[in-house]
Ligand binder design. Structure first.
Ligand code: CA
Length: 222
């Protein structure tokens, strides 16, 4: 944890205020104003979290979010000027971790940054609710019982559990799980999730670890 936070914001005054607050909270903020600079910077510098404004010169926040999600799970908080926009953004299945609406209080933004980092901090040890994942061995145990997963089921569970609460679209799951996407369809993911849930239910019927989000995709229940 080096505390590097990328603020993407073209309103310089706002970016400056936010940077000050984040610095006071012990983070190391860096500001970018032009949308075209963001993806190369992220590839190169690997921040811990990105605050991403939607409307930017050069390239908009939606495009940037898609670009970053194609190669990284870095937490992203999208910032929008209109509260109505949030519904639309959710529908686009961008894979952002949180949404903040302007005008905001910098204090609140800092609190949200901390909350998102806390949530994604479970990344190394996704051992929620009796679940133990042994990555090299592709083995998953729930309350001590082996779930006996296939490689694909394990990858699905591992990915979802690494970011509890984050909604993944079928498209995003396919991109991350299959090297060769030509051979799979949306339904393939659904059928793997179905089998995975069945195996989880066989160990503990009360525990719904993987929840489907209607019309969007799946998430791991935090
Ligand atoms: Ca803007």
């Amino acid at each position: 944890m080096d505390g590097k936070i990328l603020i993407v914001e073209d309103e310089q005054r706002l970016a400056g205020i936010l940077a000050d607050y984040l610095r006071q909270a012990g983070f190391k903020p860096h500001c970018l104003a032009d949308g075209r600079q963001v993806t190369p910077w992220v590839r190169d510098r690997r921040p811990e979290l990105i605050l991403l404004d939607l409307m930017l010169p050069g390239k908009d926040g939606i495009e940037i979010c898609k670009e970053i999600r194609a190669f990284s799970d870095i937490p992203i908080i999208m910032v929008t000027a209109r509260v109505e926009e949030i519904d639309r953004l959710l529908g686009l299945e961008l894979g952002a971790d949180d949404y903040i609406c302007k005008p905001y209080s910098p204090r609140e933004v800092v609190a949200r940054v901390k909350a998102v980092l806390r949530r994604s901090g479970g990344q190394q040890t996704p051992h929620a609710q009796g679940l133990v994942l042994d990555e090299p061995g592709y083995r998953a145990r729930l309350h001590g019982s082996d779930l006996d997963l296939t490689a694909v089921e394990f990858k699905l569970l591992h990915l979802l559990a690494a970011h509890p609460g984050r909604i993944y679209s079928r498209e995003q799951l396919m991109e991350r799980i299959y090297a060769d996407r030509r051979i799979v369809s949306d339904r393939t993911i659904d059928s793997h999730v179905k089998k995975l849930r069945k195996k989880i239910a066989a160990v503990n019927p009360q525990q719904e670890l993987i929840r489907s989000v209607y019309g969007v995709g799946y998430k791991f229940e935090p």
